[in-house]
Design a protein around this ligand. Structure first.
Ligand SMILES: Cc1cc2nc3c(=O)[nH]c(=O)nc-3n(C[C@H](O)[C@H](O)[C@H](O)COP(=O)(O)OP(=O)(O)OC[C@H]3O[C@@H](n4cnc5c(N)ncnc54)[C@H](O)[C@@H]3O)c2cc1C
Ligand SMILES: *[C@@H]1O[C@H](CO)[C@@H](O)[C@H](O)[C@H]1NC(C)=O
Ligand SMILES: *[C@@H]1O[C@H](CO)[C@@H](O)[C@H](O)[C@H]1NC(C)=O
Length: 511
């Protein structure tokens, strides 16, 4: 008896020590912004074999594991809330090999931790490009494919995992499982939006294109013309296109991209996030001043709108700003780009954002935007008008249909009352998180009401790394139980011991 009691006390003491050691694993926003609330250890294996043995060891000991690329996600949904969790950072799994280019098209093999900018630069030096399956520059291909990340297009596939021809995934036993593309296989349909629940995406063979040049153009459209327009017809002709909404001004910027001959002059290089320290301190004081002032937010929005009307492009060779539309350059430089010399990202200046992204069938695009307008009008009628507090407004994106069990543009759902066959519109609503007071935004209550209204009134599908736990919980009712069950069955084969855990998986019930 005494003995048993002693063991119990000792075990409690040990677990206390354990939790004292455990610390948060942060997102790109750094301390105060955990991707995982408590983790025990972070590994950075140099080879896939090393990663396999870490997983095998953890799985033998019953420890939860998560892969992580660059932490480019917003909320504490990466892991489960288990302080024994270990993270396998993929930054050193970044080899690129086996380039094959035949005319316009080709393939290349990459390891899962490689970032978009690394692959894009490597390919550009060899006359090739990633095409349209892109997200921002400092994100790993494995992380983007796991979470169903995408850019914005109805004309071309732009969910990153649509480019995958094969995956090598480290499963829950630490074995490497090879899968080849097969849209008729449940395994493939699970793997193309796997949420990291099948295992670590270690290696991917992807489709690529011969290098090419594109233009970027931008025009201003009145809000009523978008809300009442044929949005599908406006967006679908382009290889990539999106709107930025400025609700306070009742305007949209419409950004479009298209292919031009490779001989076309121009070396335009885009940046969405570069800021100088002067710009950062101005923007920060304007935005913080809006914490308790609606009018200030409208003034700030007008300033951002005016700045965003000009190209967010420099000439890559001279680093001089480009002043007029359209601009031209190599595909990756124009579609994504990177950081301008001597600038930093806004988050490096301690400017933080909150975000919310859901997809709705593009056939309901007008109804969605009109409902958002009503919600903005309600905030004004209550005397607490809300508007955009982000340097590029509210991002309205699009996605061509691509079937995977958990993707935002799948057409596999059994409820056909929502028509996903033409693709999706995504409401991607970033906001400034004040660094002052309790960090709440002006009319904070409105955001929760808006989000609930949209989720309740539309068949929304969340972006898996751009919503909070609470939003995922609210979204479950809009997910198809049959697809969740088929996903779970594949997960059972890959990870019967549930080594790869996340709160996302727990909330949607694929555990
Ligand atoms: C500035 C910025 C811009 C962005 N732009 C876009 C955009 O245009 N479109 C879009 O859709 N998204 C965008 N995102 C979101 C981003 O694409 C996703 O959050 C992506 O998952 C982040 O990948 P990461 O490599 O940083 O991985 P992390 O943030 O480290 O991980 C994200 C999730 O993926 C899992 N994971 C990571 N690597 C692997 C792997 N190799 N195998 C299995 N699971 C893995 C992690 O466990 C975690 O659950 C953006 C994010 C930021 C910060
Ligand atoms: C890319 O992300 C990593 C991890 O967040 C960070 O250390 C690095 O500075 C980033 N690079 C750029 C160019 O922002
Ligand atoms: C807004 O009001 C709150 C509550 O009074 C306060 O804590 C915060 O500092 C204010 N913000 C600014 C920027 O003045």
């Amino acid at each position: 008896m005494l003995n048993r009691r002693f063991i119990l006390v000792a075990a409690q003491a040990l677990s206390l020590i354990g939790s004292a050691i455990a610390e948060p694993y942060n997102t790109f926003d750094g301390p105060g912004f955990p991707a995982c609330r408590d983790v025990a250890k972070v590994y950075s294996p140099k080879t896939i074999e090393e990663a396999m043995s870490i997983v095998k060891d953890a799985s033998d000991k019953g420890l939860p594991v998560r892969a992580s690329g660059n932490g480019h996600m917003w909320y504490d949904t990466m892991c489960s809330d288990d302080p024994r969790t270990i993270i396998i950072k993929t930054e050193n799994l970044n080899r690129i090999s086996d380039l094959v280019l035949n005319g316009d098209k080709g393939t290349v093999v990459v390891e899962g931790g490689v970032t978009f900018s690394q692959v894009a630069e490597w390919l550009h030096q060899r006359g090739a490009s990633l095409g349209y399956t892109l997200v921002n520059w400092n994100i790993s291909l494995g992380g983007a494919m796991a979470m169903g990340a995408h850019r914005s297009s109805l004309g071309e596939h732009s969910q990153v995992s649509t480019s995958a021809l094969s995956f090598d995934i480290i499963n829950g036993k630490g074995e490497l499982v090879h899968l080849d593309r097969d849209q008729s296989s449940d395994t493939w349909l699970a793997a193309t939006t796997s949420l990291g629940l099948l295992g670590i995406i270690a290696r991917i063979k992807i489709e690529i294109l011969a290098d090419f040049k594109v233009y970027a153009n931008q025009e201003t459209v009145d809000e009523k013309d978008v809300l009442n327009g044929d949005i599908y017809a406006e967006i679908s002709p382009y290889v990539t296109a999106n709107y930025w909404w400025w609700p306070g001004l009742k305007k949209f910027h419409k950004r479009t991209y298209g292919v031009v001959p490779i001989t076309k002059s121009g070396n335009a290089f885009q940046s969405t996030f570069s800021v100088t320290s002067l710009e950062a301190s101005l923007a920060k004081s304007l935005l913080n001043a809006g914490q308790n002032s609606s009018i200030q937010n409208f003034i700030t929005e007008a300033i951002f709108y005016a700045i965003w009307a000009a190209p967010n492009f420099h000439d890559k060779k001279t680093n001089l700003p480009l002043f007029s539309w359209p601009v031209h350059g190599y595909a990756y430089d124009v579609l994504i780009g990177g950081l301008y010399p001597n600038t930093k990202t806004e988050w490096d200046y301690d400017m933080r954002g909150l975000t919310f992204e859901v997809a709705v069938p593009v056939t309901q695009a007008n109804r969605l935007l009109k409902r958002m307008r009503e919600l903005f009008d309600e905030s004004a009628a209550e005397g607490k008008a809300v508007t955009s507090t982000y340097r590029s407004g509210i991002n309205i994106k699009f996605g061509k249909p691509f079937d995977s069990f958990l993707g935002q543009t799948t057409t596999l759902q059994s409820d056909k009352s929502a028509d996903w066959s033409k693709g999706a519109i995504m409401l991607d609503f970033p906001t400034f998180r004040p660094s002052t007071g309790d960090h709440s935004r002006y009319n904070e209550a409105w955001y929760a009401k808006m989000q609930k209204t949209i989720i309740d009134e539309f068949p929304t599908r969340p972006h898996w790394t751009k919503v909070t736990r609470n939003i995922i919980q609210q979204s479950v009712k809009n997910l198809d139980p049959a697809l969740l069950a088929r996903f779970s069955a594949v997960r059972e084969q890959f990870d019967p011991k549930k080594t790869f855990k996340s709160v996302v998986g727990e909330i949607i019930g694929v555990v």
